[in-house]
Design a protein around this ligand. Structure first.
Ligand SMILES: Nc1nc2c(c(=O)[nH]1)N=C([C@H](O)[C@H](O)COP(=O)(O)OP(=O)(O)OP(=O)(O)O)CN2
Length: 168
């Protein structure tokens, strides 16, 4: 007898928990001469995946996904985020200081407060792409054999950027 529940071969699982966030400072670079002032956000993260449902009615323990996302958020929490690959900004690290060189400005930070990220700009879209890469690189996530991942980053209510992998 078929189960009372429809028997989907694929399911979509979404996680968006209040604790999936990181508080960080940044400035968006709009051109070689225009940028925002340094400011901060509680960046929020959410993730939607598709996966096959097993004969036991379980796709995978989504606690594994939540823990991985929380670990990724913790890596970025309470830092000034600077891009290493910007066409407009040069980063210099010396004697416990990090200097961001932008147009004619030298913007100094204590090295302990800065996190240099392999992105072109500290924008929601670049952060989403970076976090997706880092999520996929985690062995406990690659072991889940997910079919697609969409990872979102928000810099404020009502504005999200998503990075995607796989077929949805
Ligand atoms: N494509 C993108 N554009 C902008 C980004 C971004 O990440 N990607 N980021 C910013 C700002 O840095 C900021 O993060 C958002 O600015 P803002 O919209 O002012 O944020 P608020 O929450 O204050 O939104 P309000 O609509 O003003 O309430 C800009 N552009």
């Amino acid at each position: 007898m078929r189960s009372a529940v429809s028997d989907p071969k694929l399911t979509r699982i979404e996680v968006h928990k209040d604790y999936l966030k990181f508080s960080a400072a940044h400035f968006t670079l709009f051109s070689a001469s225009a940028r925002e002032n340094l400011h901060g956000h509680d960046f929020r993260v959410r993730c939607t995946v598709t996966a096959a449902v097993g004969e036991d009615g379980l796709a995978f323990d989504y606690g594994i996904l939540k823990q991985a996302l929380a670990a990724l958020c913790a890596e970025l929490d309470e830092r000034v985020l600077l891009p290493l690959h910007s066409p407009y900004l040069r980063v210099e690290v010396e004697d416990g200081w990090v200097s961001a060189h932008f147009a004619a400005e030298r913007i100094p930070f204590l090295a302990r407060d800065v996190l240099l990220l392999p992105v072109r700009n500290v924008t929601a879209e670049e952060l989403a792409g970076l976090l997706l890469e880092r999520l996929q690189a985690r062995p406990e996530i690659s072991a889940l054999k997910l079919q697609s991942i969409a990872l979102g980053v928000s810099s404020g209510r009502g504005q999200w950027a998503f990075a995607h992998w796989g077929i949805t």
